[in-house]
Ligand binder design. Structure first.
Ligand code: BES
Ligand code: MN
Ligand code: ZN
Length: 489
């Protein structure tokens, strides 16, 4: 898709479609231009309440406008002073849905008209591109009837500011990363298993010179003493893997930023089996891993001068005669022992050994991303990603990256008060606390394995997806990509 910027000169705009934004209590430049060209028509449509300012409402004027762009989509935007980032994204998404229906090939979008307070044209350009391209995504991989391919090939962003090239590029790469994460997430567990994820990693390394891939198999995990990881993968016929994607964009002396994704391609709970209702949702238990793929894809396209290592801890949590029993004690790679009280608290087990493993990279920071607990869905719902960190600076950097990318997080505590719950009479720790503060005790467990570097943990059980119809959200690819881009010196 060709996306460019041009000036909002409505007598020059020659795209097939032109978006015109209509607010309740303020007149946008595009609406003024339309009124100038077709005053009587607009007045009559307003009078008959056909044009509405209701947020997301669209009036199509095809072939009637006396402007070079003959087909107009008038998009209702609500009140100008209430038009915030959420409204911006909703507006672009409803516009995209309408464009999809029209089979048009080109559109002009006057982004200056819909700037939320305190945002630049650059932000608007990036988010318009990202929202448009993510709105075009449709899952069809396992359907016999495929989605109609989009006919749109050219988008022109109308803005006085013309220095938008980098923002357009960033928006595109963010969208590609988000859509990749969604696709991997939406695939069923019989297709997207640990071997499939390893194959995707190889594909990424084949596509980009800057990316190398390495896969650690179970035999190597045994040699390294990853008893916690293996306690999970042992219940499944599918072998667990640790997939390592290295992006080398910086100098050799630059410490890498490390991302570690939870990649349970299915979580049945193991012997502590989950109830049947809703168990199909546990194909999404690899969304942390999916987001690592998404970020690595975005980074490979944007090529920042950084070193980034994406690590995917992937396995399947299943029930079998070989599966781990509640009460089993295993030894982790760092020598600590864990009493596995609940085999459904498996994410922290695959992650703890992977987090010990990444010490060898001498990381600038390590961020793990995991659909770790049902408790965080209750705590923060589907809107805020839980952000834990052993460094206030890192926590703040992630929160502000999330705000800038409009993929927001909320700070959570790592107080040692919560650690009491992880005591065991039979091992150094148990793998679960009580029901109270379940996301925090899970994070506390991980914090025992991340003392040697700057670390953050994102619990995305609430934000990675919210329902079957919408599928995977692609979060927090935006937050993490922004965090990395903010680290460029
Ligand atoms: N993958 C789940 C967490 C989860 C639950 C994500 C619901 C999304 C929606 C995780 O492995 C799990 O089962 N956690 C348990 C932990 C408990 C046994 C301490 C949970 O949250 O119930
Ligand atoms: Mn589980
Ligand atoms: Zn899980």
């Amino acid at each position: 898709m060709k996306i460019t910027a041009s000036l909002p000169d409505y007598n020059q705009v020659a795209q097939e479609l032109l978006a015109v934004f209509y607010f309740d209590n303020a007149e946008s430049a595009s609406f003024t231009a339309l009124k100038k060209a077709n005053g009587n028509l607009v007045d009559s449509l307003l009078e008959r309440k056909i044009i509405k300012s209701t947020s997301g409402h669209i009036t199509s004027l095809f072939g009637h406008a006396d402007l070079p762009a003959q087909n107009i989509l008038i998009v209702g935007c609500g009140k100008r002073d209430e038009f915030n980032e959420n409204a911006f994204i909703k507006t672009i998404k409803s516009l995209a849905a309408e464009v999809k229906k029209t089979s048009s090939t080109s559109i002009a979008i006057p982004i200056d008209d819909i700037k939320p307070a305190n945002h630049t044209a650059q932000w608007c350009a990036e988010k318009t591109v990202e929202s448009l391209l993510t709105a075009m995504y449709e899952y069809d991989a396992t359907k016999s009837v495929k989605a109609e391919p989009t006919t749109l090939t050219s988008v022109s962003l109308l803005a006085d500011e013309q220095n938008l090239e980098l923002s357009i590029k960033t928006g595109k790469s963010m969208a590609h990363g988000i859509n990749l994460a969604r696709e991997l997430g939406n695939l069923p567990a019989n297709v997207c298993d640990p071997a499939y994820l390893a194959e995707q990693a190889t594909n990424l390394a084949d596509a980009y010179d800057e990316i190398e891939v390495e896969v650690i198999e179970e035999s190597q995990m045994e040699e390294m003493g990853m008893g916690a990881f293996l306690a999970v993968s042992r219940g499944s016929e599918k072998a667990g893997k640790i997939i390592i994607l290295k992006y080398n964009g910086g100098s050799e002396s630059q410490q890498p930023y490390v991302l570690v994704g939870k990649g349970l391609t299915f979580d049945s709970g193991g012997i502590s089996i989950k109830p049947a209702a809703g168990m199909e949702e546990m194909k999404w238990d690899m969304l942390g891993a999916a987001s690592v793929f998404g970020v690595m894809n975005a980074i490979a396209e944007l090529k920042p001068a950084l070193n980034v290592i994406g690590v995917v801890a992937t396995a399947e949590n299943m029930v079998s005669g070989g599966a781990t029993r509640p009460g089993d004690v295993v030894t982790c790679m760092n020598g600590k022992t864990v009493e596995i009280i609940n085999t459904d608290a498996e994410g922290r087990l695959v992650l703890c050994d992977t987090l010990t493993y990444v010490e060898r990279f001498n990381p600038a920071s390590v961020i793990d991303i995991a659909t770790l607990t049902g408790a965080i869905v209750i705590g923060l719902g589907h809107h805020a990603t839980a952000v834990y960190a052993n460094s206030d600076d890192l926590q703040q950097q992630l929160l502000s990256a999330g705000k800038a990318a409009w993929d927001r997080g909320w700070p959570m505590p790592l107080w040692d008060d919560y650690k009491e719950e992880l005591k065991s009479p039979y091992a150094d720790f148990r793998n679960v606390g009580s029901r109270a503060g379940g996301s925090i005790t899970a994070a506390m467990y991980l914090s025992e394995f991340t003392k040697n570097y700057t670390w953050a943990h994102l619990d995305i059980a609430g934000t990675g997806w919210s329902n079957a119809k919408d599928g995977a959200s692609g979060r927090p690819v935006g937050m993490l990509t922004q965090y990395l881009l903010d680290r460029i010196q």
